[in-house]
Ligand binder design. Structure first.
Ligand SMILES: [Zn+2]
Length: 155
């Protein structure tokens, strides 16, 4: 270990999102209550290093849903800098997902509809000006996941 690394390590803390693994797995996803919002992937909070800083912890909530590794690097940087516009976009996306999850759960529970039928109904009623949209095939897969999770909760 060089002296510089030694100095640098002193300011580093274990990443609370991935618990230092550098990878967010299903245990982390459950712990942070992101079951229908994330899938396992390298950790975007610490960029896969497993370490973070006090400054980062103070600026960026560890469970901010929008911060995932599949975002463009420029957006990740903006989130880490606390850019209000991107934080608002992240909030809107989370609301979009929560509304979609609720829509699917209601249609599944009330009418026992199949994933494909729920997807088609949703796409017909979707607001054309909506900021976010999901392609039909991906939507069906996502709806299947929502239904599977609901089923496991009911059992
Ligand atoms: Zn991490």
């Amino acid at each position: 270990m060089s002296i510089l690394n030694f100095l640098f390590r002193k300011s580093e803390l274990e990443c609370p999102r991935c618990l230092g693994k550098g990878f967010v797995d299903w245990d982390d996803i459950r712990r942070l209550n992101k079951l229908l919002k994330w899938v396992p992937a390298p950790c975007a909070y610490c960029n896969g290093s497993g370490k973070t800083t006090k400054e980062m912890l103070e600026k960026v909530p560890v469970d901010i849903t929008y911060l995932t590794i599949d975002l463009p690097e420029s957006e990740i940087e903006k989130i880490k800098n606390g850019d209000p516009e991107i934080l608002e976009k992240g909030k809107q996306k989370e609301i979009f997902l929560e509304n979609l999850i609720k829509y699917v759960q209601d249609h599944y529970l009330d009418k026992n509809m199949a994933a494909e039928d729920i997807a088609d109904l949703y796409l017909r009623t979707e607001n054309e000006n909506a900021e976010f949209s999901i392609e039909r095939q991906n939507l069906i897969l996502y709806i299947q996941r929502i239904i599977e999770l609901k089923k496991s909760e009911l059992n």
